[in-house]
Design a protein around this ligand. Structure first.
Ligand SMILES: [Zn+2]
Length: 89
């Protein structure tokens, strides 16, 4: 039986939530990008729309383990600001 509302797992806190409650990140050409419209192909990762979870993710220690790519610190800062502004609006 397929659930009507499939749940996704936050990579930071491991909570299972619906897609609308999570931000989607995709690894594209070795870079971590925010999939704002949830339209990008590729392996997707989800994180809560909460500063706490975004902070944990962007702290970096777990990034390489989770995404299996090297992510530039500069682009991470930008991504973090983008995600946090998305969370607020
Ligand atoms: Zn979370």
């Amino acid at each position: 039986m397929v659930p009507e509302h499939p749940q996704r797992t936050c990579v930071s806190c491991r909570a299972k939530k619906g897609r609308a409650e999570l931000l989607r990140l995709v690894v594209e050409n070795g870079r971590l990008v925010y999939d704002r419209g949830k339209v990008l192909s590729g392996r997707g990762y989800h994180v809560c729309r909460e500063k706490q979870c975004i902070d944990v993710l962007m702290r970096g220690k777990r990034l390489k383990k989770i995404f299996k790519v090297d992510v530039e610190v500069g682009s991470l800062e930008h991504l973090k600001e983008l995600l946090i502004s998305e969370e607020i609006t």
